[in-house]
Design a protein around this ligand. Structure first.
Ligand SMILES: [Fe+2]
Ligand SMILES: [Fe+2]
Length: 189
């Protein structure tokens, strides 16, 4: 059986170039942030390197993959199947690539919404995914949060989550309960 790295690399190599670039930039930033904040660098890089392996799957494939792995599909995911890509990637990594580190699997699973019990690896992935250089270039208002991430990662995380809530509400989209629960947790800390 091919190694976890080979199975992951094979899937990565089939992604379109812009997504590969985003994953690569996220991985570099995850490594940097992990080092600054004394979090497991290897685990953070692995989470960032695999978080979007299902990002470009079409809606029907998101749904069928979720069904295949028994992932619950809520109303929010049914409306926007792309939101399943983290859970689908985590299930695939566990079942097809033999990835066993639960911290990495959880970070990948919930990277779109965040989750109330988020750990340090989940936080680093969330920050790296949303703040890699391509994202800041596309939205220069993120520069302040990017700088914050080096010093106050929890504050940066809260700012990103609040930005996400605003964006969802402005599009009249429902905010995932996990995101709201995480915001409450961060506020009370
Ligand atoms: Fe993603
Ligand atoms: Fe991403």
């Amino acid at each position: 059986m091919p190694s976890t790295e080979v199975v992951i690399a094979k899937r990565f190599n089939n992604l379109l170039r812009p997504l590969q670039v985003h994953i690569h930039r996220s991985t570099v930033l995850a490594g940097e942030l992990a080092q600054i904040h004394h979090v497991d660098v290897e685990a953070c890089e692995l989470a960032a390197g695999t978080h979007d392996l299902f990002r470009s799957e079409p809606d029907f494939a998101q749904i069928s993959t979720a069904e295949k792995y028994g992932i619950p599909i809520g109303d929010i995911e049914m409306k926007t199947p792309m939101l399943l890509h983290g859970a689908n990637a985590a299930a695939w990594l566990e079942n097809e690539a033999g990835l066993t580190d639960n911290r990495v699997l959880e970070a990948v699973r919930w990277h779109t919404f965040g989750w109330p019990e988020i750990d340090d690896i989940g936080k680093i992935l969330y920050l790296a995914d949303k703040l890699e250089p391509g994202k800041v270039t596309a939205d220069p208002s993120l520069a302040v949060i990017r700088n914050m991430a080096d010093i106050h990662p929890d504050k940066a995380l809260l700012a990103l989550l609040q930005k996400r809530v605003e964006a969802q509400l402005s599009k009249a989209l429902e905010v995932h309960p996990l995101t709201l629960a995480l915001i409450e947790n961060l506020k009370s800390n």
